[in-house]
Design a protein around this ligand. Structure first.
Ligand code: CO
Length: 253
C-alpha cells in the first residue's frame, strides 16, 4: 500500500537559517520550495536518498505550525508515506474508522496529500502523499534517510498500528523490546518511550553518508556540536534545528 517514506517534516523558525545547516553543511540538494498558504507554511523539500526532508517555516504564529513552534520549539513534526493512490488510501482508512484530518486529498508540496489525525498513530502525525510524477527517481544526495526512531508507550501496540494501517512488514531483530518495520528501503524503529527520554512520537532520524569522512570534515569545519563515535556521529539538536540526528558510515539492521 505504501511505497516508501516520502519525507519527514521538520518545523524550523526560518528556512534560510535551516538551509545553512541542511544544505550548507550536510549538502542536501534542494528539490522544491514553495509557500503553501492553506497550511500556513513556507516549505522546502531536500533530497535524502529515496526520501526527502521537508522543512516547514510558519507564515505566522497563528497557524498550526506556528503554534507547534511556540509550544515545542524547532524539531520533528510529521512523517509522510508515499501511496500509489492517496485518494484511495485516505478513503480506505476513513472507511476503517481511522480518525482523519483529510478524507480527500489536497495539493501540498509533495503532490496530492492528506493527513491522518495524530491520535490515529499513537501521537505520530502521519501524512500520505502521491507525487505528481509516478516513481520519482532517486536524486543524488550525499546522505540517505535510512531510519526513523519512534518512541512508544507500548511498542507492540504502536508497531501493530503501523503494520495494520499501512501493511509494513517486521524486520527480524535480535530480541529486545523493539520492533523494526520496513518501508521501501527505509525503516521505522519503534522503541520504548522510556529509552528515549519519555518521548512518545518521532524522536530521531538516521542518515547514511555516502562519504562519511567528507561529512565529518564538513561538520568539523562548520564547528557543529556533535558526538563522534566509531563510524557514526550524533549531531547536537541545537545545531540541527531540534532534530536528533545520527549519521553513520554504514547501516546495520
Ligand atoms: Co509533509
Amino acid at each position: 500500500m505504501m511505497r516508501r517514506i516520502h519525507h519527514v517534516g521538520v518545523v524550523v523558525k526560518h528556512l534560510k537559517e535551516a538551509y545553512a545547516f541542511y544544505r550548507g553543511v550536510l549538502g542536501l540538494p534542494l528539490v522544491r520550495e514553495a509557500e503553501i498558504t492553506d497550511q500556513g507554511v513556507r516549505a522546502a523539500l531536500l533530497a535524502a536518498g529515496e526520501s526527502e526532508l521537508e522543512l516547514l517555516e510558519p507564515l505566522g504564529p497563528d497557524t498550526p505550525v506556528g503554534r507547534f513552534l511556540a509550544r515545542r520549539g524547532e524539531g520533528l513534526h510529521h512523517l509522510c508515506f508515499e501511496a500509489y493512490d492517496v485518494g484511495a488510501s485516505l478513503a480506505e482508512l476513513a472507511r476503517r474508522g481511522v480518525p482523519m484530518l483529510d478524507r480527500v486529498p489536497r495539493a501540498g508540496l509533495a503532490g496530492q496529500i492528506g493527513f491522518l489525525h495524530p491520535t490515529a498513530c499513537s501521537g505520530v502525525l502521519v501524512e500520505i502523499a502521491t507525487p505528481p510524477a509516478p516513481a520519482d527517481e532517486e536524486r543524488p544526495s550525499p546522505l540517505r534517510l535510512k531510519r526513523l526512531v519512534i518512541g512508544a508507550g507500548d511498542v507492540g501496540v504502536t508497531a501493530g498500528i503501523f503494520q495494520s494501517l499501512f501493511g509494513f512488514t517486521e524486520v527480524a531483530m535480535n530480541g529486545g523490546p523493539r520492533t523494526m518495520l520496513a518501508v521501501g528501503r527505509g525503516t521505522l524503529l519503534v522503541v520504548p518511550a522510556h529509552e528515549v527520554g519519555g518521548t512518545a512520537g518521532i524522536v530521531a532520524l538516521s542518515f547514511v553518508a555516502e562519504d562519511f569522512f567528507a561529512l565529518t570534515a564538513a561538520l568539523r569545519r562548520a564547528g557543529v556540536p556533535r558526538l563522534d563515535g566509531t563510524g557514526e556521529v550524533t549531531v547536537e539538536p541545537a545545531a540541527s534545528h531540534g532534530v536528533h540526528l545520527h549519521i553513520s558510515r554504514y547501516m546495520f539492521p
